[in-house]
Design a binder for this molecule. Sequence first.
Ligand code: C2E
Ligand code: MG
Ligand code: MG
Ligand code: MG
Length: 292
Amino acid sequence: LSKEQGRDGWRPFSNELTDKARTRLELVNGLRHAMERDELTLVFQPIVSTQNGRIKGAEALLRWTPESGPISPAVFIPIAEQNGLVNPLGTWVFTRACETLARLMARYPEEHFYLSVNLSTKQLDQPHLAEEFAAILQATGADPKRLVLELTETSLFSDVEKNLRELNRLADLGMRVAVDDFGTGYSSLLQLLRLPVSLIKIDREFVDGLDKRHDSRLIINAVIKMARALGKTVIAEGVENENQLFELKALQCEAVQGFLCARPMSEAALMDNIDNQCQLDHEQHAQVYYVI
Ligand code: C2E
Ligand code: MG
Ligand code: MG
Ligand code: MG
């Protein structure tokens, strides 16, 4: 705390740091007890086909609501990763998602919905992750073919060698792998080919750019062409308006996810929306269907 730094030779700087550290510590401690205190829930955001507007599946997103109010996963997931808490959290998420999937399968035996679950690459370091997931699949009766594991491009490609082995074991169980936030990191095509990746989720930044910049359209077009050549499915994230949807359809993007179609919702609300869709199918006037 040098004299030059403030009028009285002292700045609140160090206090700010302590505050930050304290908040962090509080978050870590809070997270440790989040499960037993019943503060965690999963919400589900529909993934919608651009061809017929039907719900193809949903992404499970984790919500933490301690007494002090909700905290974003963008804040607490990195903290969980740095404090060895992401493995128990990840197990909780996967188990709950499998339970929901089993209920979806029982309620809609004719439909082929899938659930997408986010995974931290830290979870891939866990010994016996595949065995653990296999046991959860078995216990819940969830069909692995209806599960997608999403890993962000940045983390996935930071150490392909390390991630390859465990991802292959998960893929061998029948689950598909998606590269999340595609375009924000830099994966080499060669590495992309080595990993058992079935889906590519174009980051919302590019979708957002569709309204603002010419190059976003070019990039999305290139990603879709490449993905198609490699036999991978493309999903656009963060679709918020009709113009973006129109452009993505024109570029032949298979599926979209975003506030335009639906916000993340409870399992019950997801089922209500699927019930509606089934009802519309029955009445045969479902051309383009948007969940609200
Ligand atoms: P993500 O996997 O890329 O998930 C998409 C995020 O975009 C979600 O934020 C979703 O609510 C938000 N989103 C969806 N549509 C729109 C839209 O039209 N506009 C805007 N502005 N945002 C939209 P959320 O739920 O806050 O999650 C943030 C990130 O936290 C996720 O990004 C994912 O990386 C991570 N995350 C969430 N749940 C889990 C989890 O269970 N495990 C792990 N490891 N990470 C998780
Ligand atoms: Mg995701
Ligand atoms: Mg994403
Ligand atoms: Mg993201």
